[in-house]
Design a protein around this ligand. Structure first.
Ligand SMILES: Cc1ncc(COP(=O)(O)O)c(C=O)c1O
Length: 399
């Protein structure tokens, strides 16, 4: 499909030998011995794993970076004026009917480093963290790094429709050691966009039990057309213990520019953050973020329409060629979360299986912490032709 202003069918080559999607999986998700068993040559592998996109970023953003390059001084940079806040506040107001206060907005090189820092600032050695599973792996890794126990509340799955189990979650948060919940909204990997009702029940349980929430909303801009995200913090304006993470990185394919936003309403925690966290910005990342929130709306709308069609394509393709795979088009994210248990024994390492036999690099099973055996995640943020080829190869080795 060629959309009116941007072409998401374009096959954009990643010329950078350091592009993680293309070159970085070998020492990250596979051992050398596993890679040696791959049946496709490197140049034919299709990366549908890490959460960035195979699309060129918005030309409005690329132009802004170019303009910034015209001023060739890249010294220490920090958000000092209100321009960025105004842009970001306009963005969240128009999309979510919500804004944070200017003083609450902090920036960071990424949500991952922010998680590591926040756990250190919020938790003591004997505290526990709770999260829903399956989960984004860094939720566990950041807790493990600090030797903080992590408690899981498994999502309930009915035909790939995922819900929080509030009875289980309530019971587990009653443990006074549980201090922090790392919450993913929209949820990676399932793509669930929690409803206001669900968010209220979840939030109230945390408040009743004095549990601080990090609401990782990094995927919030990527929703199916017509579906609206509600920031958790919007529903609890008086509560200072909800930290919100947002970023232009997923929405506009800017992860390598290392810029994300952390909104911390609690003044004491903010002071700790400012005392301990590295406070400078990458000037190109900041220029890109400004342009993304200021001018990126039309590009994002067209991207969403393209992703909608990718999801429909996958749904139809699976219905025809892999009818036992359970899949539901998610409300948000560019991830398809597939239940493949009809085709594989629960313990099959799907990531390795498909890399080896189909030359498709995807993420599955225990890469998502727990409760994910037999499931795999496909990143659909790629041109349809790439997706079609990947699905063909996947189907071929499932039979
Ligand atoms: C839920 C979630 N949080 C955080 C990140 C990474 O954030 P960053 O690149 O800003 O460190 C990802 C990337 O996949 C993610 O899915």
């Amino acid at each position: 499909m060629t959309s009116s202003n941007y072409n998401f069918d374009d096959l954009v080559e990643r010329k950078d030998g350091n592009a993680v999607a293309q070159h970085g999986f070998k020492n990250y998700i596979f051992t050398e011995a596993q890679v040696a068993e791959f049946t496709y040559p490197d140049e034919e592998l299709i990366p549908l794993w890490i959460a960035d996109m195979a699309f060129a970023s918005a030309p409005e953003i690329v132009d802004a970076i170019r303009q910034r390059l015209d001023n060739p001084i890249f010294g220490y940079t920090k958000i000092l004026d209100s321009d960025f806040y105004k842009n970001f506040a306009n963005w969240t107001r128009s999309r979510y009917d919500w804004t944070c206060k200017e003083e609450e907005l902090l920036s960071t090189a990424g949500v991952i480093p922010a998680l590591y820092s926040l756990i250190e600032y919020i938790c003591d050695a004997n505290d526990k963290i709770i999260t829903f599973t399956p989960a984004y792996s860094y939720f566990k890794r950041s807790a493990d790094y600090h030797n903080i126990d992590i408690v899981y509340s498994p999502l309930v799955n009915e035909q790939n429709e995922f819900c929080m189990d509030f009875d289980d979650f309530r019971e587990k948060t009653k443990d006074p050691k549980v201090k922090l919940c790392i919450f993913c909204h929209p949820h990676n990997p399932t793509g669930r966009l929690w409803t206001e009702e669900e968010l209220r029940e979840f939030g109230n349980i945390c408040i009743e039990n004095n549990v601080t929430i990090i609401s990782d909303e990094i995927h919030c801009d990527i929703t199916r057309t017509g579906v609206h995200h509600t920031p958790l913090a919007k529903l609890f304006p008086e509560n200072e213990n909800i930290i919100t993470c947002m970023a232009p990185s997923k929405s506009f394919n800017l992860a390598g520019l290392l810029f994300a936003i952390i909104i911390i309403p609690d003044e004491r925690l903010r002071k700790t953050w400012k005392r301990k966290h590295y406070l400078f910005e990458n000037p190109l990342g900041l220029a890109a973020a400004q342009a993304a929130y200021g001018k990126g709306g039309p590009w994002l709308s067209e991207l969403s329409a393209y992703l909608d069609e990718n999801f429909s394509f996958v749904k139809d393709y699976l219905a025809e060629y892999l009818p036992e795979a359970i899949f539901k088009v998610p409300e948000a994210t560019y991830f398809a979360w597939l239940d493949m248990r009809a085709y594989f024994p629960k313990k099959e390492n799907l990531t390795f299986y498909f890399a080896k036999h189909a030359g498709v690099i995807l993420e599955g099973g225990n890469m998502f912490v727990a409760d994910a055996d037999g499931f795999m995640r496909l990143n659909l943020a790629c041109p349809r032709s790439v997706l079609e080829e990947a699905l063909e190869r996947i189907v071929k080795v499932c039979k």
